[in-house]
Design a protein around this ligand. Sequence first.
Ligand code: 5GP
Ligand code: MG
Length: 539
Amino acid sequence: MPRGDGLLNHDLLPGEKGPQDACGVFGVWAPGEAVAKLTYFGLYALQHRGQESAGIAVSNGSQILVFKDMGLVSQVFDETSLGSLRGHIAVGHARYSTTGASVWENAQPTFRATAHGSIALGHNGNLVNTVELTELVAALADRREAADADARARNGDSGRNGHARRAPHLAATNDTDLITALLAGQTDDDGKPLGVEQAAPLVLPEVKGAFSLVFMDEHTLYAARDPQGIRPLVLGRLERGWVVASETAALDICGASFIREIEPGEMVAIDEGGLRSTRFAEAKPKGCVFEYVYLARPDTDIAGRNVYLSRVEMGRKLAAEAPADADLVIATPESGTPAAIGYAEASGIPYGSGLVKNSYVGRTFIQPSQTIRQLGIRLKLNPLKEVIRGKRLVVVDDSIVRGNTQRALVRMLREAGAAEVHVRISSPPIKWPCFFGIDFANRAELIANGLSVEEIGKSLGADSLAYISTDAMIEATTIAKPNLCRACFDGEYPMPLPDPELLGKHLLEPEAAEGAQSDVDGVPTLAAGPGGADALRRP
Ligand code: 5GP
Ligand code: MG
């Protein structure tokens, strides 16, 4: 149902990047319930995880229907479309990507026919062995073709349909669809097609990277999580059914009670026979620390720890590590608010609202061009001049990626009459790209790459800048350090990464440093290393 071709396609450099998603997934098995509507509200609660496309697949026991399109959950679905999605099992997906393939074809759930019916699948995360998986899919297709040729030889058939049969296996265009293709196309040793539940234990151990999956065939809802459990995935109970979701907040919103996490390396299957749990790999927990810092909703719990409390504690620790002489602590709303509350509490400096946010403007990260990003910040945040004028401010935010938000903010606050602006960040400098589902841009675009904290502060125009330490951030989550992925901060990746070539980019290679000679906005020229080279010239 491709309605709005090109709609919301922000991509300016098509094909430059491989698909990278930080998404929301939701699944429900509940006979007698309006499962499409439950999924709609579940996705609504997960909208912050992905705003480019949304989709729901529903099974009525004999057939799966998929409806997906570009746009927000509320833009994609209406009463009519939801009303047409009747059944007792559903999986849904809200997608965020900045890839060249921000198009309907790559919206999820993905769908494929199998020998036994069909499969629909939604994925949150990002895979790191896409090349290997592509080869596995090709090998499957070859085996299938050989089997078909055998059958044709036995039947004396000329085989004109061979390509039509093979095509579905080769249509994979992104990492998610590779999983779907592999689950759909497994056979046993005699070449007999396997069902999804039998195929999964063969396929999932081959998949490397971050994957929180919800999928289904006509009869069964499945959920699986990578052995590191990098992205969250939880199980909930309805009065008459089961729910799986990226975040506990999505369980709350549809009236489901939290049962437990889907364990790292676990797959669950849910149907009228109840819930079956199997392990396809040993658990080696490496939850993403950035979920606590920024990605997840504050009202979500991950690995038993509430996200809001983690952020407040990060703010408290930040105040202890990086005090400031100031009159007022303000937050960069919304995501910086809990840390600002913690900072104010621990420092004794009053907390106030210094910026009003228009919540109806999407996250600025969603739009890939620098120009639009800059506009986005102005559209989104407006300073409260009466509060700010003449004050020495501490401005707290959860993170600095490219530095655009804080640079625009410092300028706006000064224009509004702030006497001093001290920027405090509740996560350490982001220096390394994420291969597991966050599109942080490449190393060259990360401002902390190549500039010291002091230099970054200058480039932002702040009177001072400080970040929390990695250890204090981790302590605030209460999760043991070895069980967290902190790669974006310390470069320690939770699994071996293939050759950067095979990741489709040169992300791990230092970029050639361009000189940053010009004197912009009175900011003095600094010798910037790789990555920060153009930071001083940005608006
Ligand atoms: P910057 O403006 O420095 O490029 O980005 C930092 C701002 O973006 C912060 O205010 C932070 O809340 C937000 N941010 C950090 N990481 C992400 C992300 O992965 N996605 C989105 N949408 N926003 C992010
Ligand atoms: Mg923010």
